[in-house]
Every structure is written in structure tokens, then in C-alpha cells.
Design a binder for this molecule. Structure first.
Ligand code: HEM
Length: 405
């Protein structure tokens, strides 16, 4: 497949987009408006309020840089692959610094609330059919118009192994919704700690890439929260826009599962919003203003739309996935990504998706307008879930990368 390098991007017709990406990176420590989200609104209610644009993950970063420079990384990855369950002891033989860090990083914070986690499972059980599509076509597509993330993903190893990367990210969305996500037998703590290690690896490796601007460290605390909002906050916003009825305990539970994920990924507690209202307020400062197209992000979005191309699932065609993206993300983002309106599915979604959800959720008992579309929408969700589950059946191991793209 043809892929753009930054140099090609700058030289060819998509040059303007490449320039936007490069500018976003050089301007990354500047903010249009000063950071003013208060740590009083965080899950711990206090903090020093430093701008997260200037913060990284020093505990993980020094340990992981040392492992990459001095340890036998393939051997470490072999050991990491055997560590799967939250309550499983760490494998013997890991470098001491790494093992000490992992013991520390796997601890749940004092504010963990088991009752809320039980409600989170209820939420995931009831909304599971929507969640797979939303993680892919709300959060996944959004990641392609988050310039820092699109560039980091594109120029890291995952950028050239996108299917593998999507499957691993899907596992993250799946693990967080399982019955014992953070308990014995669950896998979410392990997935988060490994991901935290991978992000530290990226901070060490990516600045060595010839494509990466000098003096810029990827994946700041601000970037982490932006991505967090592209997941948790965006999904809650979308379900709310669709008028899916969600009991308060379940929406609070879902938030809690993501607060814990944030903590275990190394986001400082003072940046983790305490409520959905505070999450929304933070996203308005952090996420909404920074969305923009880049040549790299557009290439990733293009690959994401081809997800179903070699499958036997007729409703996962490029056209239908594109129509879904336009419907969920809106015309502005779809136009950035050069996703055309689809002649059948775009109008159908606009007219019938609302009633479909209302009928499915038992809010409406009959809605003649959705008779035929009901079947198609239901089948779409089912085919998506089939694909999703098939991807998850492959053995997946989150590994420390050795190289960039
Ligand atoms: C790797 C999730 C934030 C860039 C990963 C992986 C997961 C993940 C599960 C492992 C996938 C793999 O091994 O291929 C998350 C979550 C985030 C987050 C849940 C926030 C809540 C970010 C941000 C950036 C980023 C903010 C960049 C600005 C990357 C890169 C990799 C990675 C470059 C790995 C490189 C590769 O695929 O080779 N992330 N991530 N992530 N993430 Fe994140």
C-alpha cells in the first residue's frame, strides 16, 4: 500500500495538511488560553494545577528507557506475554527496576469503589452492542483528527501495523467492560500497566525518528487526557445524543471504570475528572479546540475504513463504515477525512437511527418508519460485533516496541 512520508506529504498536494501537523507539534507547549481546569474538580479534589502540557510520566519513563537501552527487550516481551491476569504474580526474571515499577503501578488507588465497578459491568452488558462500534467509529476515528496522537501513531511501529494496533486497542475496550475488569481473574490492570510501559517506550523511541521534530517529547499528560476524552467522554456524549436511557448509577459506574484506567495508565489523579459534568468542562478546554486534520491522520482513517474490506461481512463495506463515521462524527470531521456522503446509508441513518435506538431501548414500542432500517441497523451492529469478537480471538500481546515505523 502507498503510504505518505512526511517529506512526500509536504511536497505533494496534501502538503498543507502536512504543514498543519508539523505546526501543531512545534506549538505543542503553547495553549491558546491558559490552563484553567481546577484540580478541585478532579477525583481527588486537589493538586498543584500545573499545565498537563508540560508533564509526562517520569516514574515509567526513566525505567523503560533503561530497559530499552540496556536489557534484552525480546526476552522481556516474552516474559510480559505470560503476565495476563490482575491477580497473577509478576513473572520471574524481569529486570529489577521494571519489576519494581510494575509492582507499584499495578496498585489500585484508595478511591477505587467496588460498587461503582459492579454498575459499570451492568452498563457494559446492556450497551455492549453499541460500544464496539463507538470505540471504533467515534473514538478510533476521532484519534485520526487528534494531531499529536495521529502523528505519534503514524510514525511509531503501530502506524505500519495498523490492524494489529486496532485489535490491541479493541482489547482495551473489551477488557474494561468485563465482569471482573479490575478484580481477580480480570485483565484490565495488566492491560493498563503494559500500555503505560508502551507509552513510555514511545517517549523514548519516537524522538529518535528522523520524521519527529527535535526537542518534542510525545504523549504528555495533556495528550493522555485528550485521548481519554476521545474515548470515555465522547462515548457518553454520543449515547446521550442518541437518547439511550442510562440509569445514573450505570453512567457513574462507566465513568469510574475509565477513572481507574486513567490512573493505571499513569495519568495524575489531579487531572482525572470527578464527574461527567467536570469531564465535559475539561473536554471543552482540552479536546474540542484541538481537533484538526493531518496527512498522517487521514492515512490512518483511510486504513480504518478498509477494516471490513477483506471480510465476508457485507455491511462492513467502506461506504457503510464511512456513512457511520459521518453520522457519528459530523460533517466537519467527515469532510476533513474526505469521507463522502453515502447515497443510501447517510440519509437512512439521519432519519431512522434515532427511532431505531428508541425502539431497541424500549422507549418507543412501534415506529413504522424503522421497519426495514431496523433490520439493517441491527444486522450492522451484529456483523460489527462478530468482527470485533473474531479480532479478539487472536492471541494478543502488548509488547515493548524496538523500533519506530
Ligand atoms: C500504544 C491505549 C493514549 C500513542 C497503545 C496501546 C494501547 C493504547 C492499548 C497498545 C497497543 C499496541 O501495543 O499496539 C491508549 C489509551 C490512551 C492512550 C487507552 C488514553 C486514554 C495515547 C496518546 C498517544 C498514544 C495520547 C499519543 C499522543 C500510542 C502509541 C502507541 C500506543 C504511539 C504504540 C505504538 C505502536 O502502536 O507501536 N495505546 N493510548 N496513546 N499508544 Fe496509546
Amino acid at each position: 500500500a502507498h503510504r505518505l512520508s512526511r517529506r512526500d506529504a509536504l511536497r505533494t498536494g496534501s502538503g498543507l495538511l502536512g504543514v498543519v501537523g508539523a505546526m501543531a507539534l512545534t506549538a505543542r507547549t503553547a495553549r491558546a488560553e491558559p490552563w484553567k481546569w481546577s484540580p478541585a474538580d478532579s477525583v481527588v479534589g486537589s493538586g498543584d494545577g500545573a499545565d498537563p502540557l508540560t508533564m509526562y510520566d517520569p516514574e515509567a519513563d526513566s525505567v523503560v528507557a533503561d530497559v530499552i537501552d540496556h536489557a534484552d527487550v525480546p526476552q522481556v516481551n516474552k516474559l510480559l506475554a505470560t503476565w495476563i491476569y490482575n491477580n497473577q504474580p509478576l513473572p520471574a526474571g524481569l529486570p529489577k527496576g521494571l519489576a519494581d515499577f510494575m509492582e507499584y503501578a499495578r496498585q489500585l488507588p484508595s478511591w477505587t469503589d467496588q460498587g461503582k465497578l459492579a454498575s459499570s459491568f451492568e452498563f457494559n452488558k446492556k450497551r455492549g452492542l453499541y460500544l464496539g462500534v463507538l470505540y471504533a467509529f467515534a473514538s478510533g476515528m476521532m484519534s485520526t483528527v487528534i494531531p499529536h496522537e495521529a502523528l505519534a501513531v503514524y510514525y511509531s511501529r503501530g502506524g505500519s501495523h495498523l490492524k494489529d494496533r486496532i485489535a490491541k486497542t479493541a482489547k482495551f475496550g473489551y477488557d474494561i467492560g468485563t465482569v471482573n475488569a479490575y478484580g481477580d481473574g480480570g485483565e484490565m490492570i495488566v492491560t493498563c500497566v503494559k500500555t503505560r510501559i508502551i507509552h513510555a517506550s514511545v517517549r523514548h523511541l519516537l524522538p529518535q525518528s528522523p520524521h519527529w521534530p527535535d526537542g518534542v517529547t510525545p504523549i504528555s499528560q495533556d495528550d493522555m487526557m485528550v485521548t481519554w476524552h476521545s474515548l470515555a467522554t465522547t462515548i457518553m456524549r454520543t449515547l446521550t445524543a442518541w437518547k439511550v436511557p442510562i440509569p445514573v448509577a450505570e453512567s457513574d459506574g462507566y465513568l469510574h471504570s475509565w477513572q481507574l484506567a486513567a490512573h493505571l495508565l499513569g495519568i495524575r489523579d489531579e487531572y482525572i475528572p470527578a464527574t461527567w459534568e467536570q469531564a465535559d468542562a475539561q473536554a471543552a478546554q482540552q479536546l474540542d479546540p484541538i481537533l484538526a486534520p493531518t496527512a498522517e491522520g487521514n492515512d490512518l482513517a483511510n486504513q480504518l475504513l478498509n477494516l471490513g474490506a477483506d471480510l465476508d461481512l457485507t455491511l462492513l463495506s467502506r461506504g457503510i463504515l464511512g456513512a457511520f463515521t459521518r453520522f457519528i462524527m459530523g460533517d466537519r470531521v467527515a469532510d476533513w477525512l474526505h469521507i463522502p456522503r453515502e447515497s443510501v446509508w447517510s440519509p437512512l441513518l439521519e432519519v431512522a437511527w434515532g427511532p431505531f435506538v428508541a425502539v431497541r431501548e424500549g422507549v418507543l414500542s412501534v415506529a413504522p418508519v424503522v421497519d426495514a432500517p431496523y433490520w439493517m441497523f441491527d444486522e450492522f451492529l451484529r456483523q460489527f460485533a462478530m468482527w470485533y469478537m473474531a479480532e479478539l480471538r487472536m492471541p494478543l500481546s502488548i509488547e515493548i516496541p524496538l523500533t519506530n515505523r
